[in-house]
Design a protein around this ligand. Sequence first.
Ligand SMILES: Cc1cc2nc3c(=O)[nH]c(=O)nc-3n(C[C@H](O)[C@H](O)[C@H](O)COP(=O)(O)OP(=O)(O)OC[C@H]3O[C@@H](n4cnc5c(N)ncnc54)[C@H](O)[C@@H]3O)c2cc1C
Length: 311
Amino acid sequence: MISLAIIGGGPAGLSAGLYATRGGIKDVVLFERGMPGGQIINSSEIENYPGVKEVVSGIDFMEPWQEQCFRFGLIHNMNEVIRVSKNGKYFDILLADGKIEQAKSVIVCTGGTPRRSGIKGETEFWGKGVSVCATCDGFFYKNKDVAVLGGGDTALEEAIYLTRMCNKVYLIHRRNEFRAAPITIEHVKNNPKIEVVTPNIIDEIIGSNSVNAIKVTNIDTKESKDIKVDGLFVFVGYDVNTSVLMQENNQPLCDLTSSGHVKVDLNMKTSIEGLFAAGDLRESALKQVVIAAGDGAVAALNAIEYLESTK
Ligand SMILES: Cc1cc2nc3c(=O)[nH]c(=O)nc-3n(C[C@H](O)[C@H](O)[C@H](O)COP(=O)(O)OP(=O)(O)OC[C@H]3O[C@@H](n4cnc5c(N)ncnc54)[C@H](O)[C@@H]3O)c2cc1C
């Protein structure tokens, strides 16, 4: 019997693993379908984690995290989890190889995946001018011109955020109307640094080693033009990785928000006793490494308390 199962080995899962093992819990197993590290290993640079003085790649940044956890006894099971379900007072964890493991408590840290737009050049310039996170990368475009793609709350909020450091922000959206809160739309319209470019689509990202421009086409007039920018921020949706919580009857194991994030309290407790959620998949997550790591620690400390209370 596993004491504590952690699902997902990103910053939240590894930090939970560290706090649980150092907190004296035996049999803590981390289920991670790939290499531990999480989404940040796809990033070419991270410079906003406190205490890290130099810009490092996501892979180099995350490598010591797993080593530190394994030193304290965290067990890595390289497997995909299909489903977590409640079986009496314990949890069943169905794995991709068909095996079922049992755990007394579970922390779900499966994160999320920003959707890609599929625009020509997006893959080529991913991390070299194309970004999905203004908080992470906005600083690299200080006093430069950038474009934001998208028409929802996230796109508009990130566009406003980028005006704090960028010279100009082009907001590209295929419709004339935005799907954002009226007050956010108002703020965008009143921001002198934002130029709204609608109803337009981006045909192509142009550059050599980095982004130099985007080619846009007006859907109504069919007119095309190039806009010179140093970066493109893509906000076309976000998939929360909660499939492990979906039960055979297609209902989630615990309460989710309308956007599909896991509802938690300040202790990262979900609506099911003994089940915790931490990191980008929980409600109101600000989707940063430092926050996911903090969540993981909070969840682990509360899981320890839960395990003690059920002895
Ligand atoms: C390109 C990019 C650049 C970024 N740059 C920065 C930055 O500069 N600074 C910053 O603070 N943040 C940055 N972020 C955001 C940061 O990466 C996330 O906030 C953070 O990784 C969230 O951590 P997490 O542990 O919640 O989830 P994740 O990092 O998403 O980790 C989830 C893990 O769960 C695993 N998993 C998912 N489902 C299953 C399953 N069914 N079975 C087993 N394993 C599973 C995944 O393989 C993954 O390893 C960036 C994100 C991206 C995509």
